[in-house]
Ligand binder design. Structure first.
Ligand code: SF4
Length: 439
């Protein structure tokens, strides 16, 4: 019997990466072996992202390459899953007829049955519209490393006018704390040192459960007790859901890192209203000030969209001016990309492609300046770094790791320091990283 092998290409956010780990776990249970290249595999899986047109196009361009592999090897099976699959369903077969299997974000557990069906049916498409319980028994196959992702909440209830996530991932569903704690202990026993809690709006954790004690602040308190875990982080925060209690937990719990990723999306209150983001420019700034008051060295990152429909030049300038008020450690930026099914996609006042591109370039330039500025305050200071890996340069071992507030640091050291906490004195800075020496 020929070897059953698989390869997964994962596009998009950490939630997709966590889903790919679940898919990998299911396939290994079925006797498949994971390979490092599509050429060696009998099953190829494209885990897609539909947050922007660019990401969707990337999936189809990979599929174009895979088509050639299938022409050489007709027995090869190609599957497409993730948010594009959830949204586009069997129409994918028309655009990419060489795809054999399509399954949605809620059908991962069904994979063994879908593969069985594929033995007798030419094409299989299964898209469940009702969101499933995130605790569905699938065991993720995590790759070796320092950090492990741990999804705690799936879906989203916010329905921002530009975002496809509530349509592709369903409404918010929180996992029960006992299941999360058990999984954290499993992660620790596998040798991981850091846990990153995941959710599209991770700080909404528990809002959908009828028990006020189930919230992110209390979950962090419980997870802080996990033996052998050195650090805990969480992403992505929604500005409207960060409570004082959560801020105090991050400040006080020794394993929880002082770091928040809080997408603002626009610096203009008017644009925020049109985006259906339930906060104003002032609310957001008040929140940042509150967090910085409790943790002066907190790491802060954000997301911004340039050229949202109807955004005027003055409103775009308001986004730029936020970067004068807050010294973010990093910002993800994107030109607005209309997504089918979302309200903003059909609004008449779309900003032209060229203008969106221009605003994005201006924004990116400003972000680079701010990020570099954010590094400066660390020159000469000693910071605790969790060493994550190393490379050899001029016969020297250079370790790379992160500070508690998520700054990347490079420093000379020993291979056996990987996966340990090292105190590093910062000697030099660049735009994206710090360079230091161990103390
Ligand atoms: S809160 Fe985030 S995930 Fe939810 S709809 Fe808005 S942008 Fe999308």
């Amino acid at each position: 019997m020929s070897r059953k092998t698989f390869y997964i290409e994962t596009l998009g956010c950490q939630m997709n990466k966590a889903d790919s780990e679940k898919i990998s776990g299911i396939l290994e249970n079925l006797g498949y072996e994971e390979t490092l290249s599509p050429q060696e595999s009998s099953l190829l899986i494209m885990n897609t992202c539909s947050i922007r047109a660019m990401s969707e196009n990337k999936a189809y361009s990979y599929l174009g390459v895979w088509k050639k592999l299938k022409q050489k090897n007709p027995g090869l099976k190609i599957a497409m899953c993730g948010c594009v699959a959830q949204q586009t369903e069997e129409k994918i077969f028309t655009r990419a007829p060489h795809v054999d299997l399509i399954f949605g974000t809620q059908n991962i557990c069904e994979l063994p049955f879908l593969l069985e069906r594929l033995q007798s049916e030419e094409k299989v498409c299964s898209i469940l519209k009702t969101p499933v319980n995130p605790d569905n028994g699938s065991i993720p196959n995590r790759k070796e490393g320092i950090s492990a992702w741990l999804p705690v909440i799936e879906g989203c209830d916010y329905f921002c006018t530009y975002c496809i996530v509530p349509y592709t991932r369903g409404r918010q569903r929180s996992r029960m704390p006992e299941d999360i704690i058990k999984e954290a202990e499993q992660i620790a026993s596998e040798g991981f040192k850091e846990i990153i809690l995941l959710g599209q709006t991770v700080d909404s954790y528990g809002n959908d459960i009828d028990n006020p004690d189930i919230n992110l602040a209390n979950l962090l308190k419980e997870l802080n007790k996990t033996d052998k875990i050195l650090r805990i982080r969480f992403v992505t925060s929604h500005p409207a859901d960060i409570t004082d209690e959560l801020i105090y937990s991050v400040r006080d719990l020794d394993k929880v890192c002082e770091y928040f990723h809080i997408p603002m999306q626009s610096g203009s209150t008017e644009v925020l209203k049109r985006m259906r983001r339930p906060y104003s420019r002032e609310n957001y700034l008040d929140l940042i000030r509150k967090i910085q008051k409790e943790m002066p060295d907190v790491g802060l990152t954000s997301d911004f969209i340039a050229g949202f429909p109807g955004e005027t030049e003055a409103q775009f300038e308001e986004t730029l001016s936020i970067l004068d008020e807050v010294t973010f450690d990093h910002c993800n930026t994107a030109a607005y990309s209309p997504r089918k099914q979302t309200p903003a996609a059909v609004w008449k006042d779309q900003v032209s492609y060229d203008e969106k591109k221009r605003r994005l370039n201006v924004l990116n330039k400003k972000v680079r300046e701010v990020v570099k500025k954010s590094q400066q305050k660390y020159a000469g200071r000693t910071l605790e770094v969790l060493a994550e890996g190393f490379r050899e340069k001029d016969r020297q071992i250079i370790l790379t790791g992160r500070t508690r507030n998520n700054k990347i640091v490079h420093f000379p050291g020993d291979k056996n320091q990987v996966a340990t906490l090292v105190d590093v004195n910062i000697k030099d800075i660049s735009t994206w990283s710090l360079i230091g020496e161990k103390v």
